[in-house]
Design a protein around this ligand. Structure first.
Ligand code: FAD
Ligand code: 2HG
Ligand code: ZN
Length: 477
């Protein structure tokens, strides 16, 4: 397919080809993997997909685009869930894929750090750390395709946050290409550095709107000597919260995962992946997946873990439980948890809500919002699961059985969002816990974000990207 392009655009394409070589400036062929979001909700159209191989090439692309007044959309693994990593439909934006920048630059064992390029797939970062005898704890269902640059740009969370924090907490230094095409060399491995404004933390979570992350220095941890996993049936959300309190009390920093999964969420895994054999889900409204990792001996850790479960049984927090007897059993249990997103995709599009609340407010939120939605929309199905240990729920709303999912989204999405987000706001929560804002929530954010904070965000955007060329229309307008 050939394009008719304006002379200025033609000049830009020539400059990009000169900088990267023809093979890494794509304008023809099937570009859907770059132009379509992971959930297949939106398809954009890029002027060109560029694939720089190093930081200087990223800077050259940004400079050429700034000169031409063309906007740049950075993309890592394109697994984001808020439509932030694809071009708009105008055909005028350059999609900058970081995937070729995937080297592990250095591992500093004494400093407990590793320095990686932004396009490194998360799973490869985990493997590199493990091969050096360390743990890189960030863990997401998308880890086979998402990149560390995307994780930083979204400040991704995942299933180990309760112990190790979000991506932000794992990062010590960044290398960033600015909107002007300059390179900010702040790839430090320092744990202490009070030399002014924290630009690293400004870039983290900015979703490609303030700069393009090209490399990062990340923290490493000792590999745990033992990891224990249990799958427990709990009679209510209140009981799950009580179990979380017990786990904090008895496991301390050894508590590395605490996930809650509602019955409907698990029924979708059972329906679409019956081979995974979801345990206990049929007779209980919620299950909890609990992980305890430690550096002490297995026998000691196991007896403490089992003691915790005994107490939970006595308290009525847990009505039934399975403790993994081997690594492969533990992996299977985690695989079930990580399959919920895929099972939802099989069932058809739903309305996603990635929300956070104080843990103490979660039982009231679930009780009142379940009741509200059930009253308002007959037959509505709620896919409720998430990282309860972090106060983060994926409170997704699925169309009634047998109805048209697309039509449901078209007619109900705004109304359902208002119902859910108003309830979140009333309880002091956030409408984006870990996925970010992207373009999906950019117009909703002003209704829920503190207006002074939002105004400051706009000032920051104008100061760092006065031409408004870095991922425009995402996070703030
Ligand atoms: P992309 O999707 O490519 O981009 C995401 C955003 O970051 C975009 O705004 C993009 O412009 C920007 N960006 C990407 N790379 C750069 C860069 N180098 N510099 C500047 N900006 C950049 N998220 C969680 O937080 N927790 C989970 O548990 C979780 N589980 C998931 C499970 C599944 C099955 C899927 C599909 C997604 C899940 N996600 C989860 C969402 C997603 O994987 C994360 O947001 C991830 O961090 C995105 O990484 P990516 O490389 O795919 O980024
Ligand atoms: C998870 O925790 C992801 O599995 C995806 O954040 C959540 O599918 C979702 O809504
Ligand atoms: Zn999540």
């Amino acid at each position: 397919m050939s394009h008719t392009v304006a002379p200025a655009t033609q000049d830009l394409l020539v400059a990009l080809r000169l900088a990267l070589g023809d093979a890494h400036v794509l304008t023809d062929g099937d570009l859907s993997s770059y132009e379509q979001d992971w959930r297949k909700r939106v398809r954009g159209k890029a002027l060109a997909v560029v694939r720089p191989g190093n930081t200087q090439e990223v800077a050259a692309v940004v400079k050429a685009c700034a000169k031409a007044g063309v906007s740049v959309v950075p993309q890592g693994g394109n697994t984001g869930l808020v439509v932030g990593s694809i071009p708009d439909t105008s055909g005028t934006q350059v999609l900058l894929s970081l995937q070729r920048m995937n080297a592990v630059r250095a591992i500093d064992a004494d400093n407990l750090t590793l320095t990686v390029e932004a396009g490194c797939v998360l799973q490869n970062v985990q493997h590199a750390a493990e091969q050096a005898g360390f743990l890189f704890p960030l863990s997401l269902g998308s880890e086979g395709s998402c990149t560390i640059g995307g994780n930083l740009a979204t400040n991704a969370g995942g299933t180990q946050v309760v112990r190790y924090g979000n991506t932000r907490e794992l990062c010590l230094g960044l290398e960033v290409v600015t909107a002007q095409g300059e390179v900010m060399h702040t790839l430090s491995g320092l744990r202490k550095d009070n030399t002014g404004y924290d630009l690293r933390n400004l870039m983290i979570g900015s979703e490609g709107t303030l700069g393009i992350i090209t490399a990062a220095t990340m923290k490493l941890y000792p590999l745990p000597a033992v990891s224990l996993t249990a799958w427990a049936a709990v009679p209510s959300v209140e009981h799950a919260v009580k179990l979380l309190g017990l786990a904090h009390q008895h496991l301390g920093a050894g508590l590395t995962g605490f996930e809650m999964m509602g019955q409907f969420a698990l029924s979708l895994v059972d329906k679409h992946y019956p081979q995974l054999r979801v345990p206990l889900w049929q007779d209980t409204p919620y299950c909890v997946l609990l992980e305890n990792s430690d550096t002490e001996s297995e026998a000691h850790a196991r007896s403490r873990f089992e003691h915790l479960l005994e107490l939970a049984f006595e308290d009525g927090c847990v009505t039934d439980a399975v403790v993994a007897e081997s690594l492969s059993q533990a992996r299977n249990l985690w695989h079930i948890r990580e399959s919920i997103t895929l099972a939802q995709a099989e069932e058809g599009l739903n309305i996603k809500h990635d929300i956070s609340l104080p843990v103490s407010a979660i039982p009231a939120f679930v009780a009142s919002t379940d009741a509200l939605l059930t009253r308002e929309i007959e037959g509505v199905r709620i896919v409720n699961f998430g990282h309860l240990g972090d106060g983060n729920l994926h409170y997704n709303v699925q169309a009634p059985e047998g109805s048209d999912n697309q039509l449901f989204l078209q007619t109900q999405e705004d109304r359902v969002n208002t119902l859910v987000y108003d309830a979140v706001k009333a309880l002091g929560g956030s409408i984006s816990a870990e996925h970010g804002v992207g373009s999906l929530k950019v117009d909703t954010l002003p209704d829920y974000k503190d207006p002074v904070a939002l105004a400051l965000m706009r000032h920051v955007k104008r100061a760092l990207d006065p031409q408004g060329l870095l991922n425009p229309g995402r996070v703030v307008r």
